[in-house]
Design a protein around this ligand. Structure first.
Ligand SMILES: [Zn+2]
Length: 430
């Protein structure tokens, strides 16, 4: 019945559409004499067609890739996407496009957090994703803590005002009684079975933990993580590894790991490791630095959380000399690998929605430039997660961006001076 109705409607539309054509044809009879050229009627100025295009102009644009910032930039957004990005004056839009003056501001792509552990019920997960959006994070991946029952289908939903969700499903380790129960494996067969279970859930990455937790447990052997990596690759899924020691770092590189979810933590890396990295140029490092052990400016968080939570944060925001050594090892390792050209992405671990702003400061403290750190937290992190439409200010990408009151290329802590956040072209209610 609906089909019949639809056909009838279609037929009537076609008929109406054809009438003027038929009249026009019948007017073209055999030529008598050439008609004088028709004078265009003195029409009133044409009302421009309505447009949903918005032009943002005047800001410094940090693009999220290796290109230099555009000092006086403009970009146009339509239907949730960037449709043009360039110098002010060089981006053409319909005359009646809405205009937003961003003079004096800096715009950078929204951040992608490539290593977190969010909560796992639907409502809590949406809260965690919404909290992230307020701090300018457009996507985050839970790295191995999404056990059975976690609503992985949220990955396919667009949640207004929330970051996108990705998941490495349930990660794989040796039995670790007392710790989070994930896939506990002891044989290569179990390793492959665990990977196949995760592949059936269509996870975005497979996560392995290679760590004896200070001698408490047996850790995955090269044979076991080798089986995980091989089986994951057979299923076209990449593997992200938690690791601690330089030796395991080398073993994982030799076994074909794709992503380091942490850096080497037990000692400074050596030439052999750097050479192995060079021989495996597609491997990405998420440095995930430990706490630096210095007080930092958290005043920007005031008002964005309950007062008691803010007070507790400030209480812990003090010099902690005992953390300096561990930070120093990982900072030197990051600086050396970044210098050597390894692709560096960005992750924070745990469930701290604003964590990326602290991590970016730590990465600069480790020796990376603010420009490189911003690329790692935006373009590189989107790329490592396969988010082709995030991470850079570029025509065709999702209009996910942060408007800042100050320039983070001069001081990375300026990423905290957020004036507004936009996801999919819509301003996030902060
Ligand atoms: Zn983690």
């Amino acid at each position: 019945m609906y089909l019949t109705d639809a056909l009838a409607r279609l037929r009537s539309i076609l008929t109406i559409g054809l009438i003027p054509v038929a009249l026009a044809l019948s007017a073209c009879g055999p030529a008598e004499e050439p008609a004088p050229p028709a004078q265009p009627p003195a029409a009133p100025p044409a009302a421009a067609a309505p447009t949903s295009v918005v032009l943002y102009e005047g800001a410094r644009l940090i693009l999220g890739n290796d290109s230099a910032a555009i000092e006086n930039g403009a970009f146009a957004v339509d239907d949730g996407q960037f449709i043009a990005v360039g110098a002010a004056g060089a981006v053409s839009v319909p005359d009646n496009a809405a205009r937003v003056d961003l003079n004096g501001m800096t715009v950078m792509p929204a951040i992608v957090d490539a290593h977190v552990h969010m909560r796992t019920t639907r409502d809590e997960l949406i809260e965690d994703l919404t909290a992230r959006a307020r701090y300018g994070i457009s996507a985050a991946i839970s790295m191995g803590s999404d056990t059975e029952g976690t609503p992985l289908e949220l990955r396919d939903e667009v949640i207004p005002g929330a970051a996108r969700f990705l998941s490495a499903g349930t990660g794989i380790t040796r039995p670790e009684p007392g710790r989070r129960v994930v896939h506990w494996i002891d044989t290569p067969e179990q390793a492959r079975e665990a990977v196949r279970t995760e592949a059936a859930r269509n996870v975005d990455l497979v996560k392995v933990w290679v760590d004896d937790r200070d001698g408490q447990f047996d850790k995955l052997t090269p044979e076991l993580y080798g089986a995980v990596i091989d089986e994951a690759h057979r299923n076209n899924i990449r593997v992200a590894a938690h690791l601690f020691t330089l030796e395991d770092g080398k073993g994982l590189l030799n076994a074909g790991v794709d992503v380091f979810a942490h850096g080497v933590r037990d000692q400074d890396i050596d030439d052999e490791f750097v050479e192995l990295v060079a021989a495996n140029p597609n491997v990405v490092l998420i440095p995930n630095l430990p706490e630096r052990g210095v007080a930092t400016d958290l005043s920007w968080l005031e008002g964005s959380m309950p007062a008691a939570q803010y007070a507790a944060l400030q209480e812990g925001n003090v010099e902690q000399a005992e953390l300096h050594e561990a930070f120093g090892i990982q900072a030197r390792n990051l600086a050396r690998l970044s210098e050597a050209g390894m692709t560096v992405a960005h992750g924070t671990d745990g469930n701290t929605p604003w964590g990326p702003h602290i991590e970016m400061e730590d990465m600069v403290a480790a020796g990376m430039s603010p420009a490189d750190v911003i690329v790692s937290a935006t373009g590189n992190s989107a790329a490592v997660l396969g988010l082709d439409d995030l991470g850079t200010l570029e025509a065709g990408k999702s209009a996910d961006f942060i408007v800042l009151e100050a320039n983070p290329l001069e001081n990375i802590a300026n990423t905290r001076r957020i004036a507004s956040v936009y996801l999919r072209g819509e301003e996030v209610n902060r």
